[in-house]
Ligand binder design. Structure first.
Ligand code: GTP
Ligand code: MG
Length: 134
């Protein structure tokens, strides 16, 4: 089965939405493989979001993602990457469909509650970064 890295970002943890997110992905049928609450260093955050280096929102993104504890998860299931991205909804929560995590629970692109890997290559890289022993 395929694996994906999912993050409940610091806004989601601060707003008490960990249970809501885990409940939705478990209800979908994705299985939890690993879970850890942690506060990212700038170095890990910059590595995780390396593809966005140089973009105007990069500094704000790193500040946001390191600003408090987040919940890092590895989930597993058939087409887990695509399955979780569908649950999360579009990056901009205003454009995200109702029924999705972002569509139901968020309003700002910079505070969109969750991350999910976007390809098998990203998932492998991100899982190795967050859970090197997995
Ligand atoms: P992640 O799961 O967090 O990677 O989101 P994504 O894959 O839906 O979007 P993407 O990887 O393109 O962007 C990463 C994060 O950067 C997003 O979740 C947003 O929080 C932020 N971001 C992306 N585009 C913008 C933008 O145009 N403005 C701002 N302020 N933030 C952005
Ligand atoms: Mg992304």
């Amino acid at each position: 089965a395929e694996r994906s890295l999912v993050l409940v970002k610091p806004d989601g943890v601060a707003r008490g939405l960990v249970g809501e997110v885990v409940s939705r992905l478990e209800a979908k049928g994705l299985r939890l493989v690993a879970a850890e609450l942690r506060t990212l260093t700038a170095e890990v955050a910059e590595t995780h979001y390396a593809e966005h280096q140089g973009k105007p929102f990069f500094a704000g993104l790193v500040e946001f993602i390191t600003g408090g504890p987040l919940l890092a998860l590895v989930v597993e299931g058939p087409r887990a990457i695509e399955a979780f991205r569908a649950l999360a909804g579009a990056t901009d929560p205003v454009k995200a469909a109702p029924g999705t995590i972002r569509g139901d629970l968020a309003l700002e692109v910079g505070e969109n509650i969750v991350h999910g890997s976007d390809s098998p290559e990203s998932a492998a890289r991100e899982i190795a970064l967050f859970f090197p022993n997995l």
